[in-house]
Design a binder for this molecule. Structure first.
Ligand code: FAD
Length: 150
């Protein structure tokens, strides 16, 4: 049986990226991920993406291979790839967390200076940061779990 895994990667947002692009990515994710049994969260801040993808190994690998070809970002690097017993983002087909005044301290706690740079994060820090950010987003509530923003 295909083991369940969580893949976490970071990448740089492409220079010509605009608001419509994030809308398109989330719409495609929320349409494509549920039938593949994939869940996760996408964080966008300071010119970077940080994303966790969870599910059976084959569809996670196939999606990451597709995402790698996407010109809306560059310099993608896998920060963590591990077997899991349970999902952390099981209620999100693709949650979305943006840097804001409400969560800024959490970003900076995982940064070397005043700019968030997830490509420098180690495996444990990436996992811990995503956990903190998403717990915070869930506590704030106000958005449906599958559509969480902010
Ligand atoms: P479509 O419905 O064909 O495309 C949706 C829209 O995005 C269209 O407007 C199209 O013009 C535009 N678009 C599609 N591909 C590209 C591209 N390569 N470059 C520029 N514009 C494009 N997809 C998922 O299914 N699940 C995810 O979790 C996911 N996460 C992503 C995270 C990041 C950081 C990025 C950059 C992309 C992510 N994507 C994700 C998008 C993925 O790369 C593919 O674009 C998408 O899976 C194609 O699905 P589709 O054929 O149904 O999209």
């Amino acid at each position: 049986m295909d083991p369940m895994i969580r893949l976490i990667y970071a990448s740089r947002i492409a220079p010509n990226f605009g608001p419509a692009d994030v809308h398109d990515i989330l719409r495609a994710s929320r349409r494509n991920n549920p039938p593949l049994g994939l869940t996760g969260v996408l964080v966008m801040a300071d010119g970077y993406f940080l994303q966790a993808l969870e599910g059976a190994r084959s569809p996670v690998n196939a999606l990451y291979a597709r995402i790698l070809l996407d010109r809306r970002h560059t310099d993608s690097a896998i920060l963590s790839y591990r077997d899991i017993d349970r999902r952390d983002f099981g209620d999100w087909s693709m949650g979305y967390v943006l840097s804001s005044e409400k969560n800024r301290e959490m970003f900076l706690a995982y940064s070397l200076d005043a700019t968030f740079s997830p490509l420098d994060l180690g495996t444990s820090a990436a996992q811990a940061m995503l956990g903190e950010l998403t717990d915070h987003a869930r506590r704030l509530g106000g958005t449906a779990p599958a559509q969480a923003e902010g």
